[in-house]
Ligand binder design. Structure first.
Ligand code: DAK
Length: 258
């Protein structure tokens, strides 16, 4: 399929989706978000893909929701047509791991979209911020909810109320991103990370992702029970048979298609 606002590549079992509106710093609009939903769902169902990378350009992951598109919206357009809810959150339904790779600006709705990825790898030029207050709105895609969970209430309030951007080092120190690489190397390094995951059994990767996400929804005791069900069920799967046999036979496991 041809996309107007995305670039797509595959590297073995890793799919790379690149946000691509260079003239607008990858500002997120309806068309891009619709296309993103199609691309993500397509790869989620593609047996040839185990891991998805979501990224932007060297200058911007995304500088927020498209202010030019939003400026004249009224309440009927946003509430009535479920702006954001109608097409921004497809990523939350994706079962395979989604790694966000962030270079340059990652602001507003862009930061909210990044936080919907399973984990983030940053280039050393990444800048994260939630400057919505400056354009007269609250965040609308989870910024006030996911940011305090990711980096603490105090840091989140600071970013949300003052619009201060944090750099990659502060983002890593506070837990928003898991790794930092030099900008020129970040995609190559992220691909290595993704390819490592892609060699694991995709069924187990999906279960781990599901369990971790439940940690945000369930009390601890329920979350542990939830995890235990997958663990027990794992003993009826080819992935467990192959993984444990390979360990005992001192060979590399072959998880292809598991
Ligand atoms: N929207 C549209 N265009 C944008 C944009 C954006 N968010 N960000 C940048 N651009 C465009 C600029 O207008 C400019 O276009 P031209 O003038 O060349 O046509 C081009 O990208 C290059 O930007 P600059 O010339 O400004 O480049 P600089 O390097 O000088 O500055 C910057 C880069 C990222 C610091 C700056 O562009 C900037 O501050 N951008 C806006 C950042 C921002 O405020 N982001 C938050 C947007 S608000 C809601 C749910 C969610 C949201 C709202 C409502 N509801 C449920 C109702 C979310 C809101 C947001 O995300």
């Amino acid at each position: 399929m041809e996309y107007a606002d995305l670039l797509i590549e595959t590297h073995g079992k890793v799919a790379v989706i690149r946000l691509n509106r260079p003239k607008a710093m990858n500002a997120l609009n309806d068309n891009m978000m619709n296309e993103l939903g199609v691309a993500l769902r397509g790869f989620d169902q593609d047996p040839g893909v185990n891991v998805i990378i979501l990224t932007g350009s060297d200058k911007a992951f995304a500088a927020g929701a498209d202010i030019a598109a939003m400026a004249n919206y009224d309440y009927r357009e946003t509430y009535g047509n479920d702006y954001i809810g109608r097409n921004w959150e497809h990523i939350l339904d994706i079962r395979k791991p989604v790694i966000g790779v962030v270079s340059g600006y990652c602001l507003g709705g862009g930061c909210e979209l990044a936080m919907m990825c399973d984990f983030l790898i940053a280039a050393d030029n990444a800048k994260f911020g939630q400057p919505e207050i400056k354009v007269g709105v609250t965040p609308g895609a989870g910024g006030t909810q996911r940011l305090p969970r990711a980096i603490s209430k105090s840091k989140a309030m600071d970013m949300l109320l003052t619009t201060r951007m944090i750099d990659a080092v502060e983002a890593e120190r506070t837990g928003l991103v898991s790794r930092i690489y030099p900008a020129a190397e970040v995609m190559a390094e992220a691909l290595k990370v993704a390819q490592g995951i892609a060699e694991m059994p995709v069924s187990v990767a999906m279960q781990i992702k599901d369990c971790v996400n439940q940690a945000y929804q369930m009390p601890l005791s329920e979350g542990v029970r939830y995890e235990r069900r997958y663990f027990h069920a794992g003993f009826g799967t080819p992935a467990q048979k192959e993984g444990m046999a390979a360990f005992l036979e001192k060979r590399k496991p072959e998880f292809d298609g598991l």
